[in-house]
Unconditional design. Structure first.
Length: 527
């Protein structure tokens, strides 16, 4: 869906993007690939939403959260598998990481099934664990004898060669023990000068000496040298066998490449799906239906605002909006007009991303562009005023291609003279209403705009003046809480005698403006 940065900020695109951020590299790659593939068509968007709604209904919320935690721990095996496929050697660390991948897959599978997911929807790469199993008896990986009988034989022969070398070393050590007064127990040993100041026995060689001691080793005779030569040969043979077995293991891993790649792709899909499921579990979600001439929301939630309110201990009131073509929305300050516009954009954004919109029901056109005009447009780069920036954005919105679009207009022309501003707004509403394939929602405090432009007039129910009079000015947080409790945020068709009132003076009093100033404003207003 097309939306410039200003529009995206107003309709909660950054919040949605953060909420849908996958927890794994697999998920991030899947999300990037989906983004690169372009926008969904209506049928695909509906099917993706339907799949997420079904999945959310099947999964336990806490269990789904544990599955996401398990996904976060899965290491990425693709670089190792690619090296194996290219014929590069793999080391024990590589096999250890592949074993971690197999274990992590098992952990994801366990969490998924425990959450209520179907086992046949899991990624499968069980052969990896089977291939590596003989070397994974402990926490790490060891190239165990069980991988190959020839390797086991080579290690046995190597152990026998080591025994012969040790036997020869013991023979040489015992031959000089009487002259030294002890049997050297290690390859190198220390002779303290105070204990043995005389000449060293035949068969002892000095490696290093100081005034206090001499570091020595045994001189090898022919049988000892022959034993060491044989051991070195067996060591080379063993190294070659270990390299062969590692190569065969790498080849076995390479043969599983398709299964591993498929498992990784499935992990990415699962990660992205669980992020969407988490949203549905938090805010609800529905399967949208599509209609060219209606933008209808039933008990829909602007999730970014709902989350912010929840952080302050307040609740969000879901909204129902029936927008057919172009409509003007009026109502009091702080009645949620801007939030209602943002909600429409957020729902369109969700549907375009294949995310079940947080509502009981949604019907809308297959929106391809959202544009926001007003509500603080300031082009600081080109040094345009707020009004000039609004004009430029309105110009651009009207010049855009006429494919299904949603235009959200928030207090357009409020920063210029009221007579000219109202005239410009009426003309803009007429132009939007005349555009094909365009839904437009226009919030304003100007009177008579809907009637003059001959479009639908919707109204935020607001709060009765008597209820406002009963709210005392005081702490800002308390005042906002009292105001929110008294406000009726429902959006309903406006009657013929409804004026675009704002309750501005009463709200100024509640929000703590000096009483004398508020009283003076009331006198001026009544003249």
């Amino acid at each position: 869906m097309i939306a410039d940065a200003f529009t995206a900020e107003r309709i909660g695109a950054a919040w949605l993007r953060a909420a849908l951020t996958p927890v794994s590299d697999f998920g991030r790659r899947a999300e990037d690939a989906a983004t690169a593939a372009g926008p969904l068509d209506a049928a695909s968007a509906r099917e993706r939403c339907a799949a997420i709604v079904r999945l959310a209904a099947a999964l336990d919320p806490d269990g789904a959260g544990r599955a996401r935690v398990a996904l976060r721990t899965v290491p990425d095996p693709l670089a190792i598998v690619s090296r194996a496929r290219a014929g590069d050697p793999l080391g024990d660390v590589d096999f250890y990481e592949l074993g971690r991948f197999a274990d992590a897959l098992d952990a994801v599978a366990h969490a998924w099934v425990q959450a209520g997911g179907a086992a046949d929807e899991l990624p499968v790469a069980s052969a990896v664990g089977t291939v590596l199993a003989p070397g994974r008896s402990g926490a790490g990986f060891y190239l165990a004898d069980a991988f190959d009988p020839v390797l086991a034989d080579a290690r046995t022969t190597m152990a026998e060669a080591d025994t012969r070398v040790e036997r020869e070393r013991t023979r040489l050590a015992e031959a000089i023990a009487e002259e030294l007064g002890f049997v050297p127990a290690a390859e190198e040993f220390v002779i303290v000068r105070e204990q043995h100041a005389g000449p060293l026995p035949h068969g002892v060689r000095v490696v290093r000496e100081t005034p206090a001691y001499r570091l020595c080793t045994l001189e090898r005779d022919m049988p000892a040298l022959l034993a060491e030569t044989e051991r070195d040969g067996e060591r080379r043979l063993l190294a070659a066998e270990e390299e062969r077995v590692r190569r065969e293991l790498a080849d076995a891993i390479a043969r599983e490449r398709e299964a591993i790649v498929a498992a990784v792709a499935r992990l990415g899909e699962l990660d992205c799906a669980l992020a969407r499921v988490a949203l549905v579990h938090r805010f609800g979600g529905c399967v949208p239906t599509f209609a060219d001439d209606a933008f209808v929301l039933t008990e829909a939630t602007f999730a970014p605002l709902a989350e912010a309110l929840a952080g302050e201990g307040r609740t969000y009131t879901p909204l129902s909006i029936d927008l057919r073509g172009t409509a003007v929305l009026t109502g009091p300050n702080m009645g949620g007009k801007s939030a209602a516009l943002a909600l429409c954009g957020f729902v369109a954004l969700c549907v375009a991303a294949g995310v079940p919109p947080p509502a009981r029901a949604v019907t809308l056109p297959p929106i391809r562009r959202v544009a926001w005009i007003g509500g603080g447009d300031v082009d600081r780069v080109r040094l345009l005023s707020a009004f000039a920036a609004e004009v430029v954005r309105a110009r651009d919105a009207l010049a855009a291609p006429e494919f299904p679009a949603l235009v959200l207009v928030d207090e357009y022309a409020r920063t210029t003279g009221p007579r000219e501003g109202r005239a410009l707004l009426i003309a803009l509403v007429e132009a939007l209403a005349a555009r094909a394939h365009t839904s437009a929602f226009v919030a304003t405090h100007f009177d008579g705009v809907a009637e003059a432009a001959r479009v639908a007039h919707l109204w935020v129910s607001g709060v009765a003046p008597a209820a406002l009079d009963g709210i005392a000015a005081g702490d800002l947080s308390d005042a906002l809480g009292a105001l929110a409790s008294a406000m009726d945020y429902r959006i309903v068709p406006a009657g013929p005698d409804v004026a675009a009132g704002s309750d501005a003076i009463a709200l100024a009093r509640i929000l703590g403006l000096p009483a004398a100033l508020v009283a003076r404003a009331s006198v001026i207003y009544e003249r």
